[in-house]
Write a protein of this length. Sequence first.
Length: 653
Amino acid sequence: MADFDVDVLIVGAGPTGLMLANELTALGVSIRIVDRATVRSDKSRAVLVQSRAMELLDRHGLAQELLERGTIGRGIDVHVYGKKIAAMDIKEREFDDCAFPVSLLVSQAVTEDVLEKHLLETLSNSHPGVERPVKVTSVTEGEVGVTVVLEHASNDASSAAGSDISRAVPSDESSSDDVRLETVRCRYLVGCDGSHSAVRRAAGIPFEGGSYLQSFMLCDTHVGSWPDRPAGRTQMFWDKGFLTLLPFSEDTGIVRLIGCRPVPVTAAARERERLQAPTIESFSEYFAETTHMSGPDAPQLTDPIWVTSFRLHHRCASTYQSGRILIAGDAAHIHSPAGGQGMNAGLGDAANLGWKLATAIRTEPALPGVEDEHLSSISSSSNATTLTVSPLSIDRATDLLASYDLERRPVGERLLRTTDKLFTLATTASPFVAWCRNTMIRFLAPVIVRFKSRQQKIIGAMSQLRVRYRKSPIVGTAPGWKGTVRGGDRAPDGRVLDLGGSLDEHWLLNSIWAGEGECMGLTSYHLLVFTGTQPASRDAWDDVLGDVLDAAETAADIETGLNATRAHVIAGSTEQAVLVSKAAQHLSVMVDSKAYLHGRYGFGDEPGYALVRPDGHVEHIGRLPTLAQVPAWMTDRSREIVEVGKAKSWWRW
């Protein structure tokens, strides 16, 4: 039996790395997380947290704090040649199957702060949390683990650290006045270390794509003398160039401005531009030119927090997994900021990967030294669970882990295609194309906002609520099932009532994630048993009640490799809920009082089931009589994955 220092070594402590660390810690997996930066950045690279990401964060109980520290996105105002031509309003109940129907504008620094604080609360007291400044200097993958050499630099030496990495045999541990080398043996290595990922390069994973020629300007600043600017609304200005205003901190009056510089014609001009950093004065000139607001009464940019320029790239890794080395977030995919998708996709990667890694680790021999308080991330608090060895076969767990690439890489590839098209049009250097673009926006934008269905499709795509994995080899749909929700879809949310409890409605998904203790819902699959909405007369209900109770007991037979599957009965009426509760008082019973969830999942009058994964996607769904086949299907689902990439994730537009 090989000796390991830790189950998973995470490289990179941005939102993706911190999210993965929280996922694994909740599942009882020992982790270490390192980052090459001396301190966490106070700059905000991403400022949009979409609805799906809020759902995933809410599984850890973090959504409320983010809401309190951010600004809810109220809509988008579109201006062409200085004239407002359309306003897209985003209402709180735009999507009634999600507790977070609108995006949140909040600094990435705040998102990281919330994630890191929660991680420290969950880890044991002796765990160091994020270790800084630490960089990876070599990686050697073996048959049963990965050996990584870490370079711990002092704060003074860290700024001089390079980024070269090799897959050579690691050096012995050594130290100098400024640097200490450490050799770490881990079961899995995960690179969440950004677009220049050292882990990705060590694994030899190609990062295919290109770069945009344009140079972009960014300014986080206060804006004065603009009394009629509506709070919480994104402003988009189109002229020869474009300018976007994101009000990510209304409490402090700070907004983000992003503009596009004209493309330099010659290489010499591009080099001069690269060396010439923007200033608040140059940004103010661009602001006045693009918005057509100038003069003494025009808005003024004052007290800038951050002014910089940058170039953008569009690349996606050819695979997200190479043996026991995996990548996620910007290490796996980078693209334009159009639609605010990048950080949110990284959070989705982490949620998809965490429970699969935990399952794979549970099939392996127990970790020697897991009692070591320094290395173990298992806390004595109620926020963590105990790592137990799974009866799942190693082959099944390996196939399950392979589905991470099959499910998430197509999402990254689709994001690249979509954002690239939007961004290329938005940042065109051609005056004629810019005129055509602006003309099209002037005519189409007012039409789009008049039709709610079209507006919902656009917002739905941006929210990432429509990401699904229907072609994944590890999800399924019962034969004959024709409902709108299929295996691989995100599990729709809705309001329910607790039987015998408060009359206040609450959200179904929040109930199953946190209803039995913070984060405990992350450690299990959840079997939702729907009773159907037919009348609750005793004669009509005898057979249905027996089927529902049998279905709830089936949960114990569904082997997932994680903790025991938890059953929840979703009753179509209070009368039905009372009958179920009297027959089986130990069951979790909730009332779908308005029958919304029955309709949204596609069951209607008939009883059915939906098996929900720890990441909130439906593993299997169908009419209740077919549930008996699910335990056997779970055993057989580990069919060999031959054509990597054949399975695809689909968006509904």
